[in-house]
Design a protein around this ligand. Structure first.
Ligand SMILES: CCCCCCCCCCCC(=O)SCCNC(=O)CCNC(=O)[C@H](O)C(C)(C)COP(=O)(O)OP(=O)(O)OC[C@H]1O[C@@H](n2cnc3c(N)ncnc32)[C@H](O)[C@@H]1OP(=O)(O)O
Length: 215
């Protein structure tokens, strides 16, 4: 992406053109411990939602968790500067919020990502919580419009058809594409399938490019 004006300053127009009113994000290149740290945090989330432990074990876990929070608190950084969410080579771009999936394809034809829903995504009956799927679809749509060369846009609506229950810990694939563009509006769609191609959910959404200066 070309972000610099000829005088070395990022022009407002260029900033808007590429970021659509969102904060400017640049890729982060953390040290080798960041990825394993985030993965360990996900394992903790899996355990936090699934354990049935005695209270003395919980007392020790609480103490260790509070110590870890105290260790990290001095390093809290603002949006756009925190490492999480800016590491393209890590699952979920290194964000604990995002699904820990890896991008396989990112171009104007569309975006494809692959991964699993984990124990901490459990809704009921061994299936993913229905509220987690919009997060996956919304993020793939955000990436899809960006990969198509449009500024990062804001989701106006997002509709999901839940076709089959979404299993945990089974490799799945999501593919998104831009179906049509009308000025500021990009109409996008995506399909979530298993590796055999069985459709689990599909979605369509409207992504609206922000106007200059729009909050
Ligand atoms: C590698 C890095 C990648 C990084 C990738 C990571 C990116 C993640 C991206 C995540 C994206 C998000 O989740 S964003 C967060 C969730 N979304 C939001 O919070 C959006 C909140 N809503 C808004 O801000 C606003 O309503 C907007 C911006 C969507 C639209 O407001 P506006 O700018 O005033 O425009 P407005 O005139 O109302 O609408 C523009 C056109 O869209 C149509 N329109 C607007 N809303 C709707 C609607 N719900 N359903 C139908 N049509 C609609 C209007 O009719 C109009 O059509 P016409 O008359 O012109 O034909």
């Amino acid at each position: 992406m070309s972000e610099q004006a000829t005088n070395g300053q990022t022009s407002v127009d260029e900033e808007y053109e590429h970021h659509g009113g969102f904060p400017k994000f640049t890729a982060a290149t953390p040290g080798p411990n960041f990825g394993p740290f985030i993965e360990a945090m996900r394992t903790l989330q899996d355990l936090a939602v699934s354990i049935d432990a005695p209270d003395d074990v919980l007392a020790e876990a609480r103490a260790q968790a509070e110590a870890l929070a105290a260790l990290l608190a001095p390093y809290e950084a603002k949006e756009g500067e925190a490492t999480g969410g800016r590491v393209i080579g890590l699952p979920g771009r290194g964000s604990l919020l995002m699904l820990p999936w890896m991008i396989e394809k990112f171009d104007a034809e569309g975006v494809r990502s692959r991964g699993v829903f984990r124990r901490y995504h459990l809704g009921g009956n061994a299936a993913a919580h229905g509220g987690v799927l919009p997060l996956l679809f919304d993020d793939i749509f955000g990436m899809t419009v960006h990969a198509a060369g449009r500024p990062i846009s804001r989701t106006a609506y997002l509709h999901i058809n839940y076709r089959k229950v979404t299993p945990l810990n089974v490799p799945l694939v999501i593919e998104g594409r831009v179906d049509r563009v009308e000025g500021r509006k990009a109409f996008v769609s995506a399909r979530l399938t298993d590796e055999a191609g069985t459709l689990l959910a599909d979605s369509d959404a409207l992504m609206v490019q922000l106007l200059p200066g729009q909050q």
